[in-house]
Design a binder for this molecule. Structure first.
Ligand code: GLA
Length: 654
């Protein structure tokens, strides 16, 4: 420790009222697995990078290196004393953009606030008296500009107490309150109101419908070439000639009937509403098998997910062979003697697998990388692009997730061209296949992909790295994704990655599925944000362990209607406070969906004020999670939002 710091502490300690012997507990002695942070893991006596702690050019021997957004709750058990530390941006951060705000909050009262700190700035000293509070929160936020490079140090951090020991505790959880009412027995037609396909290609569509079975389906003005199975509600056949077909879908049962318009646009644009489905990655990683894929399809139907619009059952990485791998069943020749890609032994018959999925009226997705190898080290598609696309089409796949991994080693060209080339190539090839194959670009947002993803033939593109590593960045990732909102439109979707709730496996180390680490409120907020952004909605958790709460978050048809709204607008963020904001999305019928969010650690009131949203007074408000009309609100709507939570309303006519 630095000399002058030692001296400073000595002087400060002298001000603690003399009682029993004072005991110092360094922050590093607490259970730091309880700390949640936006990147990496908490480091003892090191910065988050693993390098020695250093702030403003001054090294510190002890302390905790973390990363915004960082949250640690400490139970003080009502014991008095002091909390002391030196805080600042760690010098090893990679950018001058780093800006961080440290706060120490006891029982809801802020005892220390660093305001915004930058790289190179001298450490600020924290020395706050603790006078019998129950809990202390050590909070590091991004100071409003995103968490990139926000390496934060709590250097020489310690509790000095006369009695009792501070203990790190888990972030406060909230109860799993089920907000969404169960679907009623009468039929309700869900799913998109508009659907894109390419003329002459195979067509399969399961009409998402809730209500007691048996149901009887019918369709008015279904174009020639398509047939509807009136019991299952599955439409199959061949996509009609180029043009628009205004179909009316109907479903009835003993309890009533429903009718909805369904516009089929046969032309060049697929995914006229965000793609919805399930992807295996965050649940099963390199454990995925044919049997698990089939089971996922079974459960997509039996759980009711297909009834609200989930359609694609997608395999991610690890279905091919690798040159070497821990699981011998995934090792083998990458291609046959014709150069055709070979699935590994966990996938004995790809065509049989997609037939199985299609028999439910669902669609099948597959994954590869433009490089020689995928991210997990399996065979990639490099120099076999046309051949692989033809194979995927022959196997019956309807979606391709195209990564970037290992392509960097073989990429040629300069600047943006280097980035667009593999996707342009695959986009062109897919367009020529005799089936509709949606293309999802997975290159983490490089080269402002939102500006050119649609141009090269993609229907969606990841806007950032894997959300799976840092689940407590849900708000931040969403807000970043929404910055590219102007590029979002029917057939062209910004993709902030999958919905990881229920049982998911920690992405670090490809873990076995365990209950996801975010609170129920945060799960509601997660789904709300994805719906308001019109983001692709892929669940990526363990289908075999879906519980009632998870299904209630995933399957609210009124929320999903916001996601699938034909305008295809990504909501705009309107700041309403330090840690609160609205996300406002225009809907095709002239109403608005408004999310009221609280990123903070304490419940907060959030207001949607009609005037500042340009709305006349006296609006009808509906709570979408509860599916409840709340009545008419004159000047705005205010709701108390739980910590890290959100509410969503639909604001309609007067
Ligand atoms: C990348 C992608 C993930 C997943 C893995 C598979 O990390 O971003 O979504 O597909 O590859 O290895």
């Amino acid at each position: 420790m630095h000399r002058h710091h030692t001296l400073a502490f000595a002087l400060l300690l002298a001000t603690v009222p003399e009682a029993a012997a004072l005991e110092t507990t360094p922050l590093t002695a607490l259970d730091l697995t309880k700390m949640r942070q936006g990147w990496g893991t908490p480091q003892v006596d090191r910065a988050v990078t693993g390098k020695p702690l250093s702030i403003g050019g001054h090294p510190f021997e002890t302390g905790v290196g973390t990363h915004a957004r960082s949250v640690l709750w400490v139970d003080l058990d009502g014991k008095s004393g002091r909390f002391q530390a030196f805080v600042g941006v760690d010098d090893a951060t990679g950018s001058d953009d780093a800006s961080i705000r440290f706060r120490v909050i006891a029982d809801g009262t802020t005892l220390f606030d660093s305001e915004t700190m930058h790289r190179g700035q001298k450490a600020q000293q924290v020395d706050v008296p603790l006078s019998g509070q129950k809990s202390l929160l050590l909070l590091v936020t991004d100071a409003g500009d995103g968490v990139s490079f926000d390496h934060a140090d709590w250097a020489d951090a310690r509790f000095v107490m006369a009695e009792g020991k501070p203990a790190a505790v888990a972030v406060p959880d909230d109860p799993e309150v089920i907000l969404t009412p169960k679907p009623g027995p009468a039929p309700r037609l869900n799913g998109p109101r508009v659907y894109g396909c390419r003329p002459g290609n195979p067509f399969v569509y399961r009409i998402p419908t809730t209500g007691e079975r048996p149901l009887r389906f019918s369709a008015v003005r279904l174009p020639e070439g398509l047939r509807l199975d009136e019991q299952s509600g599955i439409v199959t056949g061949v996509a009609p000639a180029r043009g628009e077909y205004a179909v009316t879908l109907r479903a009835r049962n003993a309890h009533g009937q429903d009718e909805q318009p369904f516009l089929i646009k046969s032309g060049d644009t697929l995914a006229l509403t965000p793609t919805m489905g399930w992807n295996h990655w965050y649940a099963h990683y390199n454990r995925i098998t044919d049997a698990m894929m089939r089971e996922a399809a079974d459960i997509m139907v039996s759980s009711g997910m297909a009834d609200v619009g989930y359609q694609y059952v997608s395999i991610d990485d690890c279905w091919m062979n690798a040159p070497k791998y821990e699981d011998p069943l995934r090792v083998g020749p990458l291609r046959d003697d014709q150069g055709r890609i070979l699935p590994n032994k966990h996938f004995p018959d790809m065509r049989a697998l997609t037939d199985y999925i299609h028999a439910y009226g669902l669609k099948a997705g597959i994954y590869t990388s433009p490089g020689p190898y995928t991210c997990a080290g399996f065979s990639g598609t490099y120099q076999h692009e046309a051949q692989d696309a033809a194979t995927f089409a022959e196997w019956g796949f309807d979606l391709l997730k195209y990564d970037w991994c290992s392509y960097g080693n073989v990429a040629t060209g300069e600047g943006r061209e280097r980035l667009t080339r593999p996707y342009q190539l695959m986009g062109d090839i897919l367009r020529r296949q005799p089936r509709d194959i949606v293309l999802n670009l997975c290159q983490y947002g490089m080269g402002d992909v939102w500006e050119w993803g649609a141009e090269v033939g993609g229907q969606s593109w990841r806007t950032a790295g894997d959300l799976g590593f840092e689940l407590n960045r849900v708000f931040e990732v969403a807000r970043k994704n929404a910055e590219h909102r102007e590029w979002n439109r029917p057939g062209a979707w910004n993709d902030p990655d999958y919905i990881q709730i229920g049982f998911v496996g920690n992405a670090r180390g490809m873990g076995e599925p365990t209950p996801c680490p975010i609170t129920p409120s945060e799960q509601y907020a997660y789904m709300s944000l994805w719906c308001l952004m019109a983001a692709p909605l892929f669940y990526s958790g363990d289908m075999s362990r879906l519980d009632e709460f998870t299904l209630n978050v995933l399957c609210n048809p009124e929320m999903i209607a916001v996601n699938q709204d034909p305008l295809g607008q990504c909501g705009r963020v309107i700041e309403t406070g330090d840690e609160t904001f609205l996300m406002v999305k225009d809907l095709a019928d002239g109403s608005l969906a408004i999310g009221l969010f609280n990123q903070g650690e304490f419940p907060m009131k959030v207001t949607a004020d009609w005037e500042s949203l340009g709305l006349p007074t006296g609006r009808q408000v509906r709570d979408l999670w509860r599916q409840q009309d709340l009545g008419k609100f004159e000047t705005g709507y205010t709701v108390e939002v739980p910590r890290r939570g959100g509410a969503v309303i639909r604001v309609g006519k007067p």
